[in-house]
Design a protein around this ligand. Sequence first.
Ligand SMILES: Nc1ncnc2c1ncn2[C@@H]1O[C@H](COP(=O)(O)OP(=O)(O)OP(=O)(O)O)[C@@H](O)[C@H]1O
Ligand SMILES: [Mg+2]
Length: 281
Amino acid sequence: MREINALGRPLSTLPEPPALSEHGPARIIAMVNQKGGVGKTTSTINLAAALAEYGRTVLVVDFDPQGAASAGLGVSPHELDLTVYNVLMDRHADIEEAILPTSAPNVDLLPANIDLSAAEVQLVNEVAREQVLASQLRKVSDRYDVILIDCQPSLGLLTVNALAAAHGVIIPLTAEFFALRAVALLTETIDKVQERINPALQIDGVVATMYDQRTLHAREVLGRLDEAFGDKLFETVIRRTVKFPDATVAAEPITSFAPQHAGAAAYRRLAQELIARGGAP
Ligand SMILES: Nc1ncnc2c1ncn2[C@@H]1O[C@H](COP(=O)(O)OP(=O)(O)OP(=O)(O)O)[C@@H](O)[C@H]1O
Ligand SMILES: [Mg+2]
């Protein structure tokens, strides 16, 4: 019998991701929602690790001065001399030198720390200030199959840089009514970036996170998300479980922290779904 999803529909059977014979050029995906605490960083780390399990080479770009993606991948960002900040502010800075390996096999990291909080103001006077990240990522794009950019909860210049660099956007969304409101402004911003800077940009999908199937409210919201986004809503729903914050404390992806846990299986399925949709090689 096929598995039933949170909307009570049978889940599609996804093909096993094909092995890749060569790596790159990367498909760049921005993980965006200007609302805080919706699972952007958790989804970035765990989707990256799941894609890597399928043999994809992945670069995670921490694009939040909080450095949560860096910390979650085992890199203590405070002690670093070279971060994404230097890469943004000095176009001669060597991005390769700033990239670090992580504890997750096949997952590299371009780390961030609090330095990045100055970048938004400093970039304002740059020529082509929206394109700075894009031009730097181009230098390493051939080495990776997927680049995931973990954005901060804002629609400011840094997030616009991420959208300008990206081929696709994944929007993590908590299954709550008020979470829906933020999305209108976000899709407006994506439309603007598409019109003015990056015509090829597309929304890869909306992923419902922290879903609690015991509440009627969450089930109703999922129904609304389904109406609003149709095919764009990933079939894979990420349930609420304390294993995610636990994995964050352990500074590793859930796929290695608790490989047998349903949360690890969920991000593996999300990776599979993304690949099946053409959102990743
Ligand atoms: N599926 C889940 N179940 C339970 N807790 C989760 C889940 N996903 C994320 N969390 C927890 O919720 C909190 C917020 O998640 P996360 O940091 O990924 O969100 P974010 O959108 O990146 O936040 P910010 O906007 O501050 O960057 C974290 O403590 C995280 O461990
Ligand atoms: Mg975050």
